[in-house]
Design a binder for this molecule. Sequence first.
Ligand code: FE
Length: 179
Amino acid sequence: MQNNERQAMKNSIIKTLGFVLVSSLAGACNSTAQNAPPHNPYYSRTDTTHLNVSNKEWKKVLTPELYAVARAGETEMAFTGKYYEFDVKGTYYCAACGNPLFRSTAKFSTTCGWPSFFETLRPNSVRYKDDYAYNMTRTEVLCGRCDAHLGHVFDDGPAPTGKRFCMNSISLEFEPDQK
Ligand code: FE
């Protein structure tokens, strides 16, 4: 092989590697962008007006992971959510619409695998729906503002309410108290 051919091959390999590197970096950026919350025109922590937004519209606004739980009623795997073992003072909001849902003072530690609370921030923070899926009778908990699926409520919680609001971490957004 001639020297100039060798040099051309070297250049070509360097170019290819560079392209692969740039492509994978771009891919990494894209996947980060996909996971970041897109612009959500329905999000507000102060507006309590009930939202009537179609799933088609929510699909454009929410990340696929949040859509699957909040709009399609899926449940995140036990012991995997970011707020399961989390003990910081602050407020939990609906991740889909910003509605204030729980205070950290109502959170208690459980072995169930999901973040659990004994009361909601306001009585109308959430609404309830009978759920008969999987041959069980349960009470589904929905966001009072946007109807996002949050989780279920059970009667085996601690005093003073005896309730256990068993929530999906992904449906919640936490804001720590200002110091
Ligand atoms: Fe909501």
